[in-house]
Every structure is written in structure tokens, then in C-alpha cells.
Design a protein around this ligand. Structure first.
Ligand code: 13P
Length: 279
């Protein structure tokens, strides 16, 4: 069933686990992840980068995702990831998103608060919760990744905006980590205590399992996984291309990439403790 952001995050909050939020890029990645969620009886978030709402891809993909989520027997939230402005948010709402992220983290604090609060108010009109971000989670290729979120600014941000959940910078980054990250778990606890709402961990690909579990125990309730989804899909494609007996029929060709994405999703669902939590 299609559920909104506050419902699915509320489930994790109540059960002290974490919802895996998978970035999806095409219908095959959606198929692999939903197959895993059904098999594992897990609530999941399917999310898309804003470029996919800008490009015409969204025009074809969004209705399919909404239909698949409605048909699923487990809770599924369809979420806009890193929405930079009202334009993308409006488009995502029009195309059926049931969760919205407004990422104003590259702006100064006051502008971030003003943009986020406006989107929280807009989305409240249609009953949809908003994820905000404070402390900019950049890429593994960025030079400076040291301006971690502070408990004080997180508390002030949450109070001023009314977001449902908050993405934080605690040693995480988007992309392939060059060396294993070292998450600041004490900081997660302090932020969580100061702001009192569920926290979101971006850059979930490649974070060692023990750190993921410690972060969840400290208050992370949504973990984003994008790069690993792409790698799983690419691996399945490479394997198929290397098989001399492969079919040229594209639906059959896609079976292995879908299976690889499914296997990755099963691994992450189990890692964050979401298996068996759908019922
Ligand atoms: P990774 O691609 O590093 O998994 O990060 C995904 C993400 O955080 C999307 O917002």
C-alpha cells in the first residue's frame, strides 16, 4: 500500500528500527526492490533524485511507481529525494509522491529554514510530511566534509520548520567511500536528544554494518541507498553481457540486473532491521 512519509517513519520509530530508502532510476530497479520488500515483509521507501522529475523520465516512471506501491502488500512510500526548490516539490506532488525532501542545506541557516518551512506548510495541505537537511551531506569527492551538524542548530531548525525527519552530516557522504567512513555516533545521540525527531542517514552505500546498527540504536530511522543500487544493476548487466547464451529479448536480458538489485535490497532490509516489520 502507498503510505506517506510520516506513517512509514512512525512505524520505524515505534519499533526502533530503520526504513531503507532506495533510490530508483528505472522500472527494473523498482521491480527488484519491491520484490525484495514483499519477500522480506518489509516497509520500504522508493525515492528519486530531482533530475528524474525534471526529465521526462518522471512522466513515464512516476505513474508506474504509484501503481506498484498501491498494489504492494507492504507499506511503500514514494519520496522526492533532495528537492532543491518548490518547482520540483510541486512536480513531485503532482506525480504522486507521498513523501517530500526539501534540501536547503547549501543555503545559510535562515534561508534553509524559510524554504523548508514554506514547503512543510504547503505539504501539510495534502497531508504529506517533509524531510529537511541541516549540515550539507556532500559527495565523497568533496574536499571539506567536516562541518558536521550540531545538536543546537538541529534543534533550532526542527523547532522553526516542523519537519517530520532530519538528514544530518555525521561523517557520511554520497557515493563510493574511498576508505570506510567513521560515523560520529555520539553526535547522532546528541542531535536526536536535542531535536527529538527521527534522523536520516544519507550516503548509506558502503557503510559497515556495525556502524549502521550503532547509528540506528542512536536514532537513525531512514537510511538512503543509491550507489549500491546502481552498482548491483550494472553488475547484473555485465554478467548478462558476458553470457554467450544470453537472450536479445530485453525483458529476459533484464532478469539478472533485477535479481542483483533484489539481492542488494534484501541485504539492506535485513541490515537495518526492517525485515518482517510490514505486518
Ligand atoms: P549513496 O549513493 O551514497 O548510497 O547515497 C544515496 C543518498 O543518500 C541519496 O540521497
Amino acid at each position: 500500500m502507498l503510505v506517506n512519509l510520516q506513517t512509514i517513519i512512525g512505524m520505524a520509530e515505534k519499533g526502533n528500527y530503520c526504513i531503507p530508502a532506495f533510490n530508483v532510476y528505472n522500472i527494473e530497479t523498482v521491480m527488484g526492490i519491491l520484490d525484495a520488500a514483499e519477500e522480506q515483509r518489509a516497509p520500504v521507501i522508493l525515492q528519486m533524485y530531482p533530475r528524474l522529475f525534471k526529465e521526462e523520465v518522471g512522466f513515464y516512471l512516476c505513474p508506474s511507481i504509484v501503481a506498484a506501491a498501491q498494489r504492494a502488500s507492504v507499506p511503500v512510500c514514494f519520496h522526492l529525494d533532495h528537492g532543491p526548490s518548490e518547482w520540483e516539490v510541486t512536480r513531485a506532488l503532482r506525480w504522486g509522491c507521498s513523501g517530500i525532501m526539501l534540501d536547503g542545506s547549501s543555503h545559510d541557516f535562515d534561508k534553509n529554514v524559510a524554504m523548508t518551512k514554506h514547503i512543510v506548510d504547503t505539504c501539510a495541505a495534502v497531508g504529506i510530511g517533509v524531510e529537511g537537511e541541516i549540515g550539507h551531506v556532500g559527495s565523497v569527492n568533496d574536499e571539506a566534509m567536516d562541518e558536521f551538524t550540531t545538536p543546537e542548530e538541529a534543534a533550532a531548525f526542527v523547532k522553526a520548520t516542523g519537519v517530520t525527519c532530519l538528514a544530518v552530516l555525521i561523517g557520511n557522504a554520497h557515493g563510493h567511500y574511498k576508505k570506510p567512513p567513521k560515523l560520529d555516533i555520539e553526535r547522532v545521540k546528541a542531535i536526536r536528544e536535542a531535536c527529538g525527531i527521527p534522523l536520516v542517514l544519507h550516503g548509506g552505500s558502503g557503510i559497515p554494518e556495525d556502524q549502521v546498527k550503532a547509528a540506528i540504536a542512536a536514532g537513525i530511522r531512514k537510511m538512503n541507498i543509491g550507489t549500491d543500487v546502481c552498482c548491483a544493476f550494472a553488475e547484473g548487466t555485465k554478467e548478462t553481457l558476458a553470457d554467450p547464451a544470453r537472450s536479445i529479448a530485453i525483458d529476459i536480458f533484464m532478469k539478472k540486473p533485477i535479481a542483483r538489485v533484489k539481492a542488494l535490497a534484501v541485504e539492506k532490509i535485513q541490515m537495518v532491521g526492517a525485515a518482517g516489520k510490514a505486518d
